[in-house]
Design a protein around this ligand. Structure first.
Ligand code: FAD
Length: 398
């Protein structure tokens, strides 16, 4: 008998999960609160650990055709441009991890996943927000915002940081504001001085702020994320316009690679960064949480979507190797919870380093700069990333 799986949320986590289940032959329905499917106009870094899954899901060629492969990840001083480290990514990731490191437009990845879901018969129900659920003898009864309900064997809560499924499972607990905001935008490369942006994952660090820039769409577009410690903005919408002159002012005096990029920027969005402490429970009988619904993470290791993608593959694989579906969901939780909690904490800690917050962090940066001059900081930085990029859930579960 085919297992019926319902997924709350059609973000990157929900769609990856839908595709992974559908490819195993399960009957899958996705319920998305918004009436339009899509992602915002911003970039996403896809590290090798995520690429292994996307390859197993059969979408990697489409991703490669539209992404950008950065040469290196480079961290530099906000003003002088002095290098703290430069970790090679392009050929090195393929050699070291057997997968690429790519930058992709979020809307492109979302589109590719959605098309693949349709090919594999996933049913998408738009404008259908999940309010909660109740366990039943047969499985789970899903309750929608419009008062209707639907029976499924398994419910996956992939409904983001303010997950209703999580609230129903663990009780309502709001995420907390981190005191940081992210400005985001994209600029056509043709609008920038030639060669201004290096073909890297460029990270600039400075007091209370950092700035990231990288190419998308084969180099036609430049994406930026500018993070600032700021307490007066709590809006979490991806579509809330930011004041571009305020952004320019905030980063005035930074390296010309940053200021010239902002000078050419026409518009931007402003997004407050919220977080939660790692959870100890993601599963309740026939219901499991996935992605930001159980482990939202600050973007300072670029791993939030990557973890949701890893979750999706792990969950589908656990279900396919376990006759007992409740045991499968628990196996998924046990396989994932430590890794995602560790990365949540590591991402948070990076904010202090990037923002030169304490004398200890400033000393660490001084050491990195010294090591960089003699070519030694690269191996230190690479080592730190090894446990993240070197994890292959496809291999782990084969
Ligand atoms: C500035 C910034 C930069 C980032 N950069 C990177 C990066 O480079 N690499 C990386 O890996 N990660 C990055 N991340 C993290 C990444 O964006 C998230 O971790 C990822 O999008 C989470 O995906 P998700 O599907 O779990 O949740 P979401 O993307 O939040 O999707 C949840 C979906 O559920 C829907 N929904 C919500 N409530 C309900 C409901 N009740 N019923 C039905 N549907 C519902 C929402 O409308 C949405 O479609 C970044 C994050 C930020 C803020």
């Amino acid at each position: 008998m085919s297992i019926n799986i319902a997924i709350a949320g059609a973000g990157i986590g929900g769609l990856c999960s839908a595709l992974a289940f559908a490819k195993q032959g399960y009957t899958v329905a996705v319920y998305e609160r918004n009436s339009n499917l899509g992602e915002v106009g911003a970039g996403l870094q896809l590290s090798p650990n995520a690429m292994h899954v996307l390859s197993a899901l059969g979408v990697v060629d489409k991703i490669k055709a539209i992404a950008f492969a950065p040469q290196s990840a480079v961290m530099r001083h906000f003003k002088s441009g002095a290098e703290y480290f430069s970790v090679p990514l392009a050929d090195t990731c393929e050699d070291q991890y057997a997968a690429e490191y790519l930058h992709i437009h979020r809307a492109d990845l979302h589109f590719i996943l959605h098309q693949a879901c349709l090919e594999f018969g996933v049913n998408a129900h738009l404008g259908q927000g999940v309010k909660g659920y109740q366990q039943t003898v047969q499985g789970v009864s899903i309750e929608f915002n419009d008062g209707t309900s639907q029976q499924a064997d398994i419910l996956i809560g992939a409904d983001g940081i303010r997950s209703n499924v999580q609230a129903c499972m663990l009780g309502e607990k709001k995420p907390y504001f981190t005191g940081q905001v992210a400005w985001r935008g994209t600029v056509a490369t043709s609008d920038l001085p030639k060669g201004l942006i290096k073909p890297n994952a460029n990270l600039w660090v400075g007091p209370d702020k950092h700035f990231v820039s990288y190419y998308l769409r084969g180099g036609d577009l430049v994406n930026f994320v500018a993070v600032q410690e700021r307490d007066d903005w709590r809006n979490e919408s991806w579509n809330e316009p930011g004041d571009i002159s305020q952004l320019r002012q905030t980063f005035s005096g930074w390296h010309p690679e940053v200021t010239e990029l902002l000078a050419a920027t026409q518009s931007c969005f402003l997004w407050a960064l919220f977080d939660r402490k790692p959870l100890t429970q993601w599963v309740d009988k026939n219901v499991a949480l996935l992605g930001d619904a159980c482990h939202p993470m600050l973007p300072f290791l670029a791993q939030g979507a990557a973890m949701a993608i890893e979750d999706a593959y792990t969950l589908a694989a656990c279900l396919s190797i376990n006759a007992d579906s409740q045991a499968a969901l628990l196996q998924y939780q046990n396989l994932r919870i430590k890794r995602t909690s560790d990365i949540q904490i590591a991402a948070r800690a990076n904010a202090n380093l990037y923002h030169m917050s304490t004398p200890v962090e400033r000393a660490k940066l001084a050491v990195l700069k010294g090591l960089s001059k003699v070519g030694l900081s690269e191996s230190l930085a690479s080592k730190k990333l090894e446990s993240i990029y070197g994890h292959n859930v496809v291999k782990q579960l084969s």
